[in-house]
Design a protein around this ligand. Sequence first.
Ligand code: TTP
Ligand code: MG
Length: 352
Amino acid sequence: MKNNRIILHMDLDAFFASCEERENPQFQGMPIVVGADPKNGTGRGVVSTANYKARKFGIHSAQPISQAWRFCPTAIFLPVNGDLYGRVSRAVMHILEDSCSRTKGAYEQVGIDEAYVDLSRLTTFSNAQRIGEDIKKQIKQKERVTASVGIGPNMLIAKIASDFQKPDGLTVIRPSQVQKFLDSLPVRKLPGIGPKTEHDLAKLHIESVANLRKIPQATLWEQFGQHGISLYEAARGIDETVVGTIQETKSISEEHTFEKDTNNPQEVLPVLFSLVKNVLGTTTMQGYQKFRTITIKVRYADFTTHTKARSDEYNSSDTETAEKTAMQLFWTFTAQNKKVRLIGFRVSKLVK
Ligand code: TTP
Ligand code: MG
């Protein structure tokens, strides 16, 4: 592993909920859930995020809103206010861009609330730590939300480190500390390990990174294919990705859960078109003029979920073509005449 790099990763804490807390001081200290309307426990959408107070009740992102309501009916439930989060995100990213122009390092935003900065030019981890502290302070003072920062010898370690002491954390992992740090973690903390891989690894009695590291590469390859090789490297803190090169994987999407399951295209298509408009609006706002892939997601009433994608060269300003493509992809789902619970629209392979 090259260990002469210093990478910083910043991720805002309970982002949507923190923005709401900042705009509504009267809610401070209360559990806040941002997402679909819970409708006294009968709402059908999902939680976008919850603040840390609400997480104590077991509420988390992507959970059905009805379940969140059961866990804490007295929480403050708020709808998603994308404009507000976009504004705060841009202001925070300016603070980061400014710090990286001072350190002459590369910068890359990878989601609405997270970004990497290459601080290698600072040459020592102590200097990088001071920048990390300064970034956190500026975000808190200027934008009144908190950020967690991780600093490490590569993007993988920086990302795991930023999550380590959330919220409002700062974790610095020097090259000599990498293996001990990783070994102490459950495998789930490695990026790329979701609930399914976690479950598959648990069947092999692998729960910690230390255990994962004992498994030969060939065995991981047999069990998981190419993903197994990534697991082998992640367990050893190996990551050569360069800041500024992972934009290709970025995508922008929106979903809608229907009040009642439906197989009526006259109900589904207007919703799909409004998703297309919103997503293309965000895509343009984030400075992406083109994209290459459109994906439609459909969840049926029985919860089975399917996606269909088409790749071409699409203009972010051309809503009409995107709507047409979305509609064509949607028709392929209607052949089964099953009722639809949720529809989603995603664009990926974005080009500035
Ligand atoms: P995250 O950074 O994953 O989560 P977070 O900022 O809410 O909390 P944490 O302190 O753990 O970082 O996602 C950023 C925002 O993206 C989040 O505030 C809301 C949105 N989001 C969703 O809408 N749905 C999801 O399933 C997830 C994971 C996030
Ligand atoms: Mg976050």
